[in-house]
Design a protein around this ligand. Structure first.
Ligand code: GAL
Length: 546
């Protein structure tokens, strides 16, 4: 405990330094993804006041807090059922001073504190470490629990799981919305809300949560990291305006070799995922601390645009992700090139695919220096070891994006929750929700499918940019095994209905071209058919008429 006093002093100075970060943050319209630590990955339910306060101290002593990791999130395992008054009881063998004392300590050293619960009756620990988690979920106690955790105890972040929700077969959209409404009733108006239900929940989640998990739990295994990276190749359209896909807690510092940690950190950062460290902070290898504190990658993650990066080029198992930084269509882009394969690979990264022409400047986010050898041609060559990644800032003259992939489009009815979702959208059972699917026949290996058939099931590229506005040839690469129709709309106006499209097979791709007029700046380009299924969409290209 003694060193906590020193730490309070250090923190006072840290808070002073941080007031300038706060100024900078005011320049943005929304909060960046959260950064911090969580108890689950390493400690599971073996948590206590000592563990949590000790890890909070370690965020400061390792310099991670200074780098931006300021949330200390308590996950499952602090409860001991509910009392007769309906109030959650705390496990006082682990938390003898209660949960408010822990939040107070965390706040006293300048950090923020996070809480955990479940949308249903039980939390997820109830599945395998009973009695933890039985009867302590939010269901039926939404307002009572939220007021206790956020007004009485003063926590700042809320992760809400769904094991109890699944157990009760709740309609998730309704229940998570009810929880968001309970949070809105708290006097504490700065609660960061994370929905954790292990797949992309549905576009409704953007309306109620700051972030949401998109996959099952991460673990210390390359396959797990790779699966999460691949699944988030098609969640790009849902990230924006302060709402983020949560790729799950970081396993950095849990025993991965450096190349996997580079990929892990770089991919989480280019997707603007929350960065929540999951290891025992007292047991991290030095290289892990270095990756976590990498200021360039943190800048990529916390960038004020708050967007995720689509794949812009693919060669075998090497994927190139790129996103704007600092300013839409400004000169600087973040680029991550990841070799997800098991053999060394070489890739020629196309500047055109990255959105540039002419000379570019390439800066390496791992060595923190310029890579002059990569400049001077219309492509640059990278050799990448298996499971490794390069992370770069590329600066130069921008060109208009001309290829918009199906997998980076916003699918309005997209959800990976099946059964309850049918009810949520009140649509007939026989119509499945739209999906992004993998196929080697599709450009970059992915396409969008199961579109159309009811009013809400449309696809839209919501950030189509035209430097000067004007008339374009829009070519759509589509596939369907029977005759189908779809309407192209631009900025809410129907432009053309393409009828009788039939490519002869579900994966036999064909092209169709229509003329569209784009405004200068941003445009939304939609494909829809409320009455009948649409073709699958691989991509669309835009070429300006001379
Ligand atoms: C899982 C969740 C984990 C952790 C765990 C707690 O459902 O995905 O991140 O919170 O429950 O029991």
């Amino acid at each position: 405990m003694n060193n906590r006093f020193t730490i309070v002093a250090i923190c006072a100075s840290l808070l002073l330094t941080c007031s300038c970060c706060a100024d900078k943050q005011q320049a943005r319209d929304f909060d960046p993804p959260i950064m911090g630590w969580s108890s689950w990955n390493y400690f599971k339910t073996n948590i206590s006041e000592e563990v949590i306060c000790g890890q909070a101290d370690a965020l400061i002593s390792t310099g991670l807090a200074d780098a931006g990791y300021i949330y200390v999130n308590i996950d499952d395992g602090f409860t001991d059922g509910r009392g007769e008054d309906g109030r959650i009881r705390i496990d006082t063998t682990k938390f003898p001073n209660g949960m408010k004392a822990v939040a107070d300590y965390i706040h006293s050293i300048g950090l923020k504190a996070g809480m955990y619960s479940d949308a249903g009756d039980n939390t997820c620990a109830s599945l395998n470490v009973k009695p933890y988690g039985l009867g302590v979920g939010l269901y039926g106690h939404e307002v009572q629990d939220c007021k206790m955790m956020f007004d009485e105890w003063g926590y700042d972040f809320f992760k809400v799981d769904n094991c109890g929700g699944r157990h009760l077969d709740l309609n998730e959209q309704e229940q998570f919305t009810k929880i968001a409404e309970a949070l809105a009733q708290c006097d504490n108006k700065h609660i960061n809300f994370n929905v954790c239900r292990w797949v992309f929940p549905g576009t409704w989640v953007r309306e109620i949560a700051d972030s949401w998990r998109t996959t099952h739990d991460i673990w210390v295994d390359w396959g797990s990291v790779k699966t999460i990276i691949k699944e988030n190749m098609y969640t790009v359209a849902y990230c924006g305006d302060g709402h983020y896909n949560d790729l799950d807690m970081l396993e950095i510092g849990m025993g991965f070799p450096p190349e996997v940690e580079r990929t892990h950190m770089a991919c989480w950062c280019i997707q603007s995922s929350p960065l929540v460290v999951g290891c025992d902070l007292y047991k991290m290898p030095d290289y892990s601390i270095e990756f976590l504190k990498n200021a360039d990658l943190i800048a990529m993650d916390q960038d004020r645009l708050g967007i995720a990066a689509p794949v812009v080029q693919k060669d075998g198992e090497v994927y190139v992700f790129a996103k704007d930084m600092e300013r839409f269509y400004g000169p600087k882009r973040a680029v991550v090139v990841s070799n997800l394969g098991d053999a060394p690979a070489t890739i020629d990264v196309s500047l055109q695919a990255l959105g540039f022409e002419g000379a570019v400047k390439v800066y390496d986010c791992f060595s923190h220096s310029d890579r002059e050898e990569l400049c001077g041609s219309d492509y640059f060559t990278l050799e990448i070891a298996p499971h490794d990644s390069e992370a770069l800032f590329v600066t130069g003259k921008r060109i208009e994006k001309s290829v918009y992939q199906g997998e980076e489009a916003f699918l309005n009815a997209y959800t990976e929750i099946n059964d309850q979702d049918y009810e949520a959208y009140r649509r007939p059972y026989e119509i499945p929700s739209p999906r992004y699917w993998e196929s080697p026949t599709a450009d970059l290996g992915l396409y969008a499918t199961l579109l159309g058939g009811w009013e809400e099931n449309w696809l839209e590229w919501q950030r189509v940019y035209s430097m000067d506005g004007g008339d374009y040839a829009m070519t759509v690469r589509y596939a369907c095994a029977d005759s189908r129709d779809m309407t192209i709309s631009v900025n809410g106006e129907d432009v053309q209905c393409l009828t009788g499209l039939n490519s002869g097979g579900d994966l036999d791709w064909q092209e169709v071209t229509a003329k569209v007029t784009l405004n200068k700046g941003w445009n939304a380009v939609r494909l829809s058919n409320p009455a009948a299924p649409m073709p699958s969409i691989d991509y669309m290209t835009l070429k300006k008429f001379e």
